[in-house]
Ligand binder design. Structure first.
Ligand code: SF4
Length: 101
């Protein structure tokens, strides 16, 4: 996907790179609850998360690195029925700072 900005084609990834993120060290706003086998919903987050925050571990579990999270809420909605994640907004002053609104 691309879009013209100031006469230059910009990909979504390039736009996301313009955002800034203030990490609340030691207080991630999203946590994946301990699990043996992830549900299909949780596994889907690896491809659905627009910021690429989700990944699998070597043992096949799903983990989240909330640094860079766009606070879109997709993972909160997708895993609502399974309850596999805890989701909160970051504390005030932390989290994503959008450059393009
Ligand atoms: Fe990814 Fe959106 Fe969930 Fe943040 S809220 S981890 S950007 S899906």
């Amino acid at each position: 996907m691309s879009e013209m900005i100031s006469g230059v084609a910009a990909k979504v990834e390039e736009k996301l790179f313009q955002n800034r993120y203030l990490v609340d060290a030691g207080r991630p706003h999203i946590r994946v609850k301990p699990h043996n086998e992830p549900s299909a919903s949780l596994l889907a987050m690896i491809t659905l998360c627009p910021a690429g925050c989700y990944a699998t571990t070597e043992s096949g579990q799903v983990e989240v690195a909330a640094d860079g999270c766009l606070e879109c809420g997709t993972c909160r909605i997708v895993t609502k029925k399974t309850g596999e994640i805890e989701w909160n907004y970051p504390r005030g002053g932390f989290g994503v700072l959008y450059k393009f609104g």
